[in-house]
Design a protein around this ligand. Sequence first.
Ligand SMILES: [Zn+2]
Length: 235
Amino acid sequence: MNDTLARLLALSEADALLRALDGRLADLERETNHLDDRLRAEDEGFKLRQDRNRTLRLAALAKSGEADDTDARIRSYQHKLDHDIIPYKEMEHLREQLTFLRGRLDLLADEALRLMAEADADDEKLVADTAEHNARRARLEAERDAVERRRAETVAERDRERAKREKLLQEVPFHLRGTYERLLAGGGNPVVPVVGGVCGGCHLRLVDTTVEKVKADREAVTCEHCSRFLYWRPS
Ligand SMILES: [Zn+2]
């Protein structure tokens, strides 16, 4: 292969590697974002779990407060009955109220106990859930750190390859660089083989003189259809 073509080919290989590295970096970035989403969801889920525990405890406390209030009312009515001189009708009314409130207090006390027991049990379960949450979080963080490390390594590799690529570009004859860069910007590989008389880039049949020039390998020959640089690959 002539020198110019060999340099063009080396440059195109460096560019293919750079494209692959850019693709890998995009994948790693997506992975990082995905892990960030999972971490956020983990934290939000755990916050809801804590809220549920708090709600249970508050309901238990409210019920026991209600029981205390009812108890206080019973005491005050009883005190009135025991110590005050009150009309018979009012006394009857207070006695009825007391019967009603005592029945209610029993229900409230039972309910308060049940809710307290439920809140206590949930406190214990929350300890276990917290440990599981922390473990899941630590695993996600470790995974994220590993992806970040791979990303930093890939960035370093890409920067090294970019520097190499710049050197390779300087080795390509100046008058061919513009064509090469335009082809590269158009996507795909700017340097392709001729296989069976067909351009390896656009897959169109080449005229015989072009194929002969590529075979002779004395200069950089381009495809008359797509302008890609051509090299000979025996079929
Ligand atoms: Zn072509």
